[in-house]
Design a protein. Structure first.
Length: 362
């Protein structure tokens, strides 16, 4: 996929393996990008089959099997490249770690766009793996996971952030792009696609074993076991601060896995929610072959419409502010001091058993 093909409305002539329109070339498992940067990144994998250390950045959309991709990639890299999993890293943490000479292959998880990831990929120090999902399902899954109302999620800028991240990651060279529903439908093929992207040849039956080890049922059992451990330790899981406790190895949260159902947003949303989502991501949904929201009459008062415009603006501003603070942390800290505001408390995942890091949501 070239950068020129990434615009939301430009993918109508492309089709994925399910016959749906796709702006991502082959969303089922081929790498995007065709320029010199892609050749450099592919060369890292092809020459010497892993003799040069490479970072595998699992950067899928929130709540779209990104943690599953992390589990699979980490399993493959640990077994075939003698590598290690590094957990979730913010852009600042990744940039800092990149200043040190890499000791070997490592797998990291992240979500949000940042130039440091582009530099690593273009320079051949990293490859990326991305997954996407119906943004409407992403929104309601995030609401469940983070215990938020739809309006609060919108005001926080998370839907804007999801779309901005999608634009960024699908424009990078040498990124494997996988579709959530295709992963669920054929996880073995998805495992093989990840292995191929990393230049790894699984042994006979290995892809099947990995798919089984990290299946929806297996991961649900892991989260239930983690939940029991946390409850037995006396932690109050009804406290909002407990929602982000995760396993340090898999990055699965205790409340990570629901039923994985595709299209659940339709049962959970109101006509107002659907009208807002159509406004925000209607073009994206059409470009990716997702069905439109049902046509329905929604009588909104002038006050309702003004509140929606306010919340959309607040969401956009929140997203832009978050992006700016990540790219210019010192300037953001200076601005907070000048305004007399304290630094925001990091909201992320707390690794059960010790270390802390930020979000590792599936």
């Amino acid at each position: 996929m070239s950068r020129g093909n990434r615009n939301e409305g430009s993918g109508g002539s492309r089709r994925d393996r399910g016959g749906r329109p796709s702006p991502h070339a082959n969303a089922g498992g081929s790498a995007a990008g065709n320029g010199p940067a892609l050749k450099v990144a592919r060369g890292v994998l092809a020459s010497g089959m892993g003799h040069r250390p490479v970072d595998v950045i699992c950067a899928g959309m929130y709540r779209a099997c990104s943690t599953w991709q992390y589990e699979v990639a980490a399993h493959l890299v640990e077994r075939h490249r003698d590598g290690a999993r590094s957990g979730y890293l913010t852009a600042a943490e990744y940039a800092e770690s990149g200043r040190k000479a890499p000791a070997g292959w490592r797998v990291i998880k992240s979500h949000d766009a940042h130039p440091c990831f582009t530099r690593a990929i273009v320079e051949g120090r990293a490859v990326a793996i991305y997954a996407y999902r119906d943004v409407r399902d992403v929104a309601f899954s995030l609401m469940h996971k983070r215990r938020l109302t739809f309006d609060r999620l919108l005001q926080q800028g998370m839907i804007h952030q999801v779309l901005a991240n999608d634009r960024y990651w699908t424009e990078q060279p040498n990124v494997l792009i996988q579709r959530y529903d295709e992963i669920l439908a054929d996880p073995v093929a998805a495992v093989r696609a990840i292995a191929q992207h990393l230049g790894i040849r699984p042994a006979a039956g290995e892809a099947e074993r990995i798919a089984s080890e990290y299946s929806l049922e297996a991961n649900k059992a892991r989260t239930e076991a983690l939940r029991r451990q946390i409850e037995q330790s006396g932690v109050n899981l009804h406290d909002a601060s407990s929602a982000q406790i995760c396993d340090p190895g898999t990055l699965l949260h205790w409340n990570h896995v629901r039923n994985g159902r595709i299209g659940a947003w339709l049962d959970e949303s109101t006509p107002r929610d659907r009208a807002i989502l159509d406004r925000l991501c209607g073009r994206w949904l059409a470009a990716h072959g997702y069905p439109p929201s049902p046509r329905e009459m929604w009588a909104a008062s002038i006050g309702d419409r003004l509140r929606i415009e306010r919340d959309l603006l607040r969401g956009w501003v929140s997203c832009q502010a978050r992006t700016a603070s990540e790219r210019f942390p010192r300037l953001a800290a200076f601005a907070r001091r000048m305004l007399g505001r304290t630094s925001p408390t990091a909201v992320g995942a707390t690794a059960w058993g010790g270390s802390t890091g930020q979000d590792g949501e599936r």
